[in-house]
Design a protein around this ligand. Structure first.
Ligand SMILES: *Cc1c(COP(=O)(O)O)cnc(C)c1O
Length: 348
């Protein structure tokens, strides 16, 4: 279907809030020709494209930077001088926040879920280089006391004369999802330049904000495009609720009305594997195959798992009949290194 033949809007019907320019936008949209020829066309599937949000910046690369453009504008707009956020030990979101804080001259306090190797590697090394303060909690304690920890740390910074701003997991809330509402418009403009409107957008979903932004953005732009999140940790029911919760929060902040019950929230929960940041060998094999076929680096926690799932669905013919599918590459490559032992098969 052609963009001009549809009622797709070329601009959002609502003004964007304050935003700091941190990401190098627009990111490239590229066709994956060999992936399409090997894994999609033989099964009647669409051309596969990749939106290179792994190229939003260098150290700050990935999807979190788009969200943080809006989050940090709110934080600095309120006169805050400290960012407090949380995530796994190898969190891309925490690493991005650490570097963004350094760039903006803000202090950063990270609350990290421990339990795995605490070696200074990958994102954790970059957190340290960026000068972020890091507090690591045992996994169980983190799970049970996260909300209290945020309160305690905010109080601690206030007592020392600072103005802290708390950012939730993955910056996924009604403020952060502006990043992917704006990205939806950018992506549709990219596709128009190539002369198509995609039938499908696919992304990895971890805290739900990227999917929420894309789902809402496509709805506001009146595209018929189907957004599917490939879950990497929690199940479909969890993300269906979380995406709608973020959109309701956005409505409250933006003073807008969207009937979230009528929004289709598509989640594929079949490729979570053993759990968050845990993947079986086929995921690592897909990462190696995509790197060697296309020169594209996926990560083991999010994009590798999601892309592996996408390839399986393509081979089952589940995207048959569509012409174009865009995979949003949300970044995460620094996590390749701390998971290096899972690539031992490369020596075989
Ligand atoms: C955080 C993250 C995701 C998931 O995005 P959410 O908005 O948290 O669902 C996907 N890919 C990478 C590389 C990430 O760091």
């Amino acid at each position: 279907m052609n963009w001009d033949g549809t009622a797709v809007r070329k601009s959002l019907p609502i003004e964007l809030p304050a935003r700091l320019k941190l990401a190098n936008l627009p990111t490239p949209l590229q066709p994956l020709n060999r992936i399409s020829e090997h894994f999609s066309f033989p099964y009647g599937g669409p051309r596969i494209w990749v939106k290179r949000d792994d190229l939003t910046e260098s150290g700050m690369s990935g999807n979190k930077l788009r969200k943080l453009e809006f989050v940090t504008a709110a934080a600095t707009g309120q006169g805050c001088d400290t960012l407090i956020t949380c995530g796994g030990l190898q969190s891309n979101h925490c690493r991005t926040t650490a570097l963004v804080g350094a760039r903006l001259g803000l202090q950063v306090q990270l609350l990290l879920r421990g339990g795995t190797s605490e070696e200074m590697d990958g994102n954790l090394l970059l957190d340290r280089l960026a000068g972020a303060a890091v507090a690591v909690y045992p996994a169980e304690e983190y799970q049970e006391t996260l909300a209290e920890c945020f309160k305690c740390w905010a109080e601690d910074y206030r007592s020392r004369g600072h103005r802290p701003f708390c950012i939730p997991t993955g910056a996924s809330d009604g403020l952060g999802i502006w990043g992917y509402i704006a990205a939806s418009r950018e992506l549709m403009t990219d596709c128009l330049a190539y002369g198509f409107e995609p039938e499908h957008i696919v992304c990895a979903t971890g805290s739900g904000g990227t999917q929420a932004g894309l789902t809402l953005g496509c709805h506001l732009l009146k595209t018929g495009c189907k957004v599917t999140g490939y879950a990497v940790c929690d199940n479909a029911a969890y993300f269906q609720a979380k995406v709608r919760e973020d959109i309701r929060h956005w409505c409250a902040l933006a003073g807008a009305r969207v009937v979230t019950a009528s929004l289709a929230v598509r989640v594929n929960e079949n490729y979570i594997g053993p759990g968050y940041a845990q993947a079986e060998r086929p995921v690592y094999q897909t990462i190696a195959e995509v790197a060697s076929l296309e020169g594209l680096l996926l990560d083991p926690v999010y994009t590798g798992k999601a892309f592996h799932g996408l390839l399986q669905e393509l081979k089952m013919g589940n995207y048959g009949g569509a012409d174009n599918l865009v995979f949003v590459h949300t970044g995460g490559q620094f996590a390749l290194f701390p998971y290096r032992q899972n690539f031992s098969f490369l020596g075989d």
